[in-house]
Ligand binder design. Structure first.
Ligand SMILES: CC(C)(COP(=O)(O)OP(=O)(O)OC[C@H]1O[C@@H](n2cnc3c(N)ncnc32)[C@H](O)[C@@H]1OP(=O)(O)O)[C@@H](O)C(=O)NCCC(=O)NCCS
Length: 168
Protein backbone atom coordinates (compact mmCIF):
# COMPACT_ATOMS: atom_id res chain seq x y z
CA UNK A 1 0.00 0.00 0.00
CA UNK A 2 3.04 2.29 -0.15
CA UNK A 3 1.67 3.64 -3.43
CA UNK A 4 -1.13 5.17 -1.32
CA UNK A 5 -0.74 8.47 0.52
CA UNK A 6 -3.08 9.00 3.49
CA UNK A 7 -4.38 12.51 4.13
CA UNK A 8 -6.19 13.20 7.38
CA UNK A 9 -8.00 16.35 8.38
CA UNK A 10 -11.35 17.99 8.94
CA UNK A 11 -13.97 19.84 6.94
CA UNK A 12 -11.33 21.53 4.75
CA UNK A 13 -10.95 18.15 2.96
CA UNK A 14 -14.64 17.79 2.08
CA UNK A 15 -14.28 19.28 -1.41
CA UNK A 16 -11.75 16.58 -2.32
CA UNK A 17 -14.32 13.97 -1.25
CA UNK A 18 -16.92 15.33 -3.70
CA UNK A 19 -16.25 13.22 -6.84
CA UNK A 20 -15.95 9.97 -4.86
CA UNK A 21 -19.09 10.81 -2.88
CA UNK A 22 -20.82 11.29 -6.26
CA UNK A 23 -19.84 7.75 -7.24
CA UNK A 24 -21.20 6.40 -3.95
CA UNK A 25 -24.43 8.34 -4.42
CA UNK A 26 -24.84 6.88 -7.93
CA UNK A 27 -24.30 3.40 -6.49
CA UNK A 28 -26.99 4.02 -3.86
CA UNK A 29 -29.30 5.32 -6.56
CA UNK A 30 -28.82 2.21 -8.72
CA UNK A 31 -29.43 -0.07 -5.76
CA UNK A 32 -32.48 1.73 -4.38
CA UNK A 33 -35.91 0.50 -5.40
CA UNK A 34 -37.69 3.69 -4.30
CA UNK A 35 -35.30 6.62 -4.17
CA UNK A 36 -33.75 8.29 -7.19
CA UNK A 37 -30.34 9.96 -7.12
CA UNK A 38 -31.79 13.34 -6.24
CA UNK A 39 -34.20 11.93 -3.69
CA UNK A 40 -31.62 9.72 -2.03
CA UNK A 41 -29.10 12.26 -0.81
CA UNK A 42 -29.35 15.37 -2.97
CA UNK A 43 -26.31 16.99 -4.49
CA UNK A 44 -22.84 17.00 -3.00
CA UNK A 45 -23.28 20.69 -2.16
CA UNK A 46 -26.29 19.75 -0.05
CA UNK A 47 -24.45 16.85 1.57
CA UNK A 48 -21.46 19.09 2.25
CA UNK A 49 -23.71 21.74 3.79
CA UNK A 50 -25.25 19.05 6.01
CA UNK A 51 -21.83 17.88 7.15
CA UNK A 52 -20.67 21.45 7.81
CA UNK A 53 -23.81 22.00 9.85
CA UNK A 54 -23.13 18.79 11.76
CA UNK A 55 -19.56 19.94 12.41
CA UNK A 56 -20.93 22.90 14.39
CA UNK A 57 -21.90 20.56 17.20
CA UNK A 58 -19.76 17.51 16.43
CA UNK A 59 -16.12 16.79 15.63
CA UNK A 60 -15.69 15.70 12.04
CA UNK A 61 -12.78 13.70 10.67
CA UNK A 62 -12.01 13.14 7.01
CA UNK A 63 -9.40 10.74 5.68
CA UNK A 64 -8.51 10.40 2.01
CA UNK A 65 -6.50 7.75 0.19
CA UNK A 66 -4.53 9.15 -2.73
CA UNK A 67 -2.96 7.05 -5.47
CA UNK A 68 0.54 8.59 -5.53
CA UNK A 69 1.30 7.67 -9.15
CA UNK A 70 -2.02 8.75 -10.62
CA UNK A 71 -2.27 11.69 -8.23
CA UNK A 72 -5.97 11.07 -7.74
CA UNK A 73 -8.07 10.30 -4.71
CA UNK A 74 -9.30 6.69 -4.66
CA UNK A 75 -11.00 6.37 -1.30
CA UNK A 76 -12.22 8.26 1.74
CA UNK A 77 -13.93 7.98 5.08
CA UNK A 78 -15.88 10.74 6.79
CA UNK A 79 -16.67 10.11 10.43
CA UNK A 80 -17.78 12.17 13.40
CA UNK A 81 -18.33 12.22 17.14
CA UNK A 82 -21.28 14.23 18.43
CA UNK A 83 -21.85 15.97 21.77
CA UNK A 84 -23.69 12.91 23.11
CA UNK A 85 -20.61 10.77 22.56
CA UNK A 86 -22.00 8.94 19.55
CA UNK A 87 -19.49 8.18 16.83
CA UNK A 88 -20.72 7.75 13.27
CA UNK A 89 -19.12 6.43 10.11
CA UNK A 90 -20.85 9.04 7.95
CA UNK A 91 -19.50 7.84 4.63
CA UNK A 92 -16.88 5.39 3.37
CA UNK A 93 -15.96 4.56 -0.19
CA UNK A 94 -13.11 2.97 -2.17
CA UNK A 95 -12.92 3.09 -5.98
CA UNK A 96 -13.81 -0.30 -7.52
CA UNK A 97 -10.33 -0.79 -9.05
CA UNK A 98 -8.71 -0.29 -5.64
CA UNK A 99 -11.00 -2.56 -3.60
CA UNK A 100 -9.88 -5.76 -1.93
CA UNK A 101 -6.41 -4.38 -1.14
CA UNK A 102 -6.93 -3.22 2.41
CA UNK A 103 -7.79 0.43 1.79
CA UNK A 104 -11.29 0.11 3.24
CA UNK A 105 -9.89 -1.70 6.28
CA UNK A 106 -7.28 1.00 6.82
CA UNK A 107 -9.88 3.77 6.60
CA UNK A 108 -12.36 1.96 8.86
CA UNK A 109 -9.83 0.91 11.47
CA UNK A 110 -8.37 4.39 11.81
CA UNK A 111 -11.83 5.95 12.05
CA UNK A 112 -12.76 3.56 14.86
CA UNK A 113 -9.49 4.17 16.74
CA UNK A 114 -10.07 7.92 16.44
CA UNK A 115 -13.58 7.51 17.90
CA UNK A 116 -12.32 5.33 20.76
CA UNK A 117 -9.71 7.92 21.66
CA UNK A 118 -12.55 10.39 22.18
CA UNK A 119 -14.32 7.98 24.50
CA UNK A 120 -17.44 7.42 22.42
CA UNK A 121 -20.26 5.48 24.10
CA UNK A 122 -21.67 4.10 20.85
CA UNK A 123 -20.75 3.83 17.18
CA UNK A 124 -23.21 3.79 14.30
CA UNK A 125 -23.23 3.61 10.50
CA UNK A 126 -26.25 4.11 8.25
CA UNK A 127 -26.47 1.69 5.33
CA UNK A 128 -28.78 2.50 2.40
CA UNK A 129 -31.44 -0.13 1.73
CA UNK A 130 -30.35 -2.00 -1.40
CA UNK A 131 -26.70 -1.85 -0.31
CA UNK A 132 -27.06 -4.56 2.34
CA UNK A 133 -24.07 -6.44 0.95
CA UNK A 134 -21.81 -3.90 2.66
CA UNK A 135 -23.18 -5.11 6.03
CA UNK A 136 -20.73 -8.03 5.76
CA UNK A 137 -17.89 -5.51 5.72
CA UNK A 138 -19.28 -3.64 8.75
CA UNK A 139 -19.94 -6.86 10.66
CA UNK A 140 -16.18 -7.48 10.68
CA UNK A 141 -15.95 -4.45 12.96
CA UNK A 142 -18.85 -5.43 15.21
CA UNK A 143 -21.61 -3.39 13.51
CA UNK A 144 -24.98 -5.14 13.09
CA UNK A 145 -28.45 -3.97 11.92
CA UNK A 146 -30.58 -2.47 14.70
CA UNK A 147 -33.32 -0.24 13.22
CA UNK A 148 -34.99 0.18 9.85
CA UNK A 149 -35.73 3.87 9.17
CA UNK A 150 -38.47 4.51 6.62
CA UNK A 151 -38.62 7.72 4.61
CA UNK A 152 -41.52 9.03 2.55
CA UNK A 153 -40.71 9.52 -1.13
CA UNK A 154 -40.96 13.27 -1.83
CA UNK A 155 -44.27 14.27 -3.38
CA UNK A 156 -45.89 10.90 -2.83
CA UNK A 157 -48.11 11.66 0.11
CA UNK A 158 -50.73 8.97 -0.10
CA UNK A 159 -53.57 8.11 2.22
CA UNK A 160 -54.45 4.48 1.69
CA UNK A 161 -58.07 3.51 1.11
CA UNK A 162 -59.26 1.83 4.27
CA UNK A 163 -62.81 1.22 3.21
CA UNK A 164 -63.92 2.80 6.49
CA UNK A 165 -66.21 5.83 6.56
CA UNK A 166 -65.14 8.78 8.62
CA UNK A 167 -67.53 10.54 10.99
CA UNK A 168 -68.82 13.55 9.08
C1 LIG B 1 -16.91 -1.34 1.68
C2 LIG B 1 -15.62 -0.88 1.00
C3 LIG B 1 -15.27 0.51 1.49
C4 LIG B 1 -14.51 -1.85 1.40
O1 LIG B 1 -13.30 -1.36 0.83
P1 LIG B 1 -12.13 -2.36 0.39
O2 LIG B 1 -10.91 -1.52 0.16
O3 LIG B 1 -12.55 -3.25 -0.70
O4 LIG B 1 -11.96 -3.23 1.71
P2 LIG B 1 -10.68 -4.06 2.16
O5 LIG B 1 -9.93 -4.53 0.96
O6 LIG B 1 -9.89 -3.28 3.14
O7 LIG B 1 -11.35 -5.26 2.89
C5 LIG B 1 -11.42 -5.30 4.31
C6 LIG B 1 -12.01 -6.61 4.70
O8 LIG B 1 -13.42 -6.56 4.50
C7 LIG B 1 -13.79 -7.53 3.57
N1 LIG B 1 -14.77 -6.94 2.67
C8 LIG B 1 -14.59 -5.88 1.87
N2 LIG B 1 -15.73 -5.60 1.23
C9 LIG B 1 -16.61 -6.53 1.64
C10 LIG B 1 -17.95 -6.79 1.33
N3 LIG B 1 -18.65 -6.03 0.47
N4 LIG B 1 -18.55 -7.84 1.94
C11 LIG B 1 -17.85 -8.60 2.81
N5 LIG B 1 -16.59 -8.40 3.15
C12 LIG B 1 -15.99 -7.38 2.56
C13 LIG B 1 -12.55 -7.96 2.82
O9 LIG B 1 -12.65 -9.30 2.38
C14 LIG B 1 -11.48 -7.75 3.86
O10 LIG B 1 -11.35 -8.86 4.69
P3 LIG B 1 -9.95 -9.66 4.75
O11 LIG B 1 -8.98 -8.68 5.31
O12 LIG B 1 -10.24 -10.81 5.66
O13 LIG B 1 -9.65 -10.04 3.35
C15 LIG B 1 -15.74 -0.91 -0.55
O14 LIG B 1 -16.18 -2.19 -0.93
C16 LIG B 1 -16.71 0.12 -1.12
O15 LIG B 1 -16.34 1.26 -1.36
N6 LIG B 1 -17.98 -0.28 -1.36
C17 LIG B 1 -18.94 0.60 -2.01
C18 LIG B 1 -19.29 1.79 -1.15
C19 LIG B 1 -20.12 1.43 0.03
O16 LIG B 1 -20.99 0.57 -0.03
N7 LIG B 1 -19.85 2.15 1.13
C20 LIG B 1 -20.58 2.00 2.34
C21 LIG B 1 -21.69 3.00 2.38
S1 LIG B 1 -22.62 2.79 3.88
Amino acid sequence: MSEIAWIEGGTELLDAVGPLWGALNRLHSELSAHFSHADAAGTFDQRKAGLLDKARSATLRVELAQDRRAGRFVGYCVCSVDRDGVGEVDSIYVEPDHRGRGLGHHLMQRALVWMDRQGVRAKVAIVAVGNERVCAFYSRYGFFPRHIVLQQVTGETAFPETGQMGEG
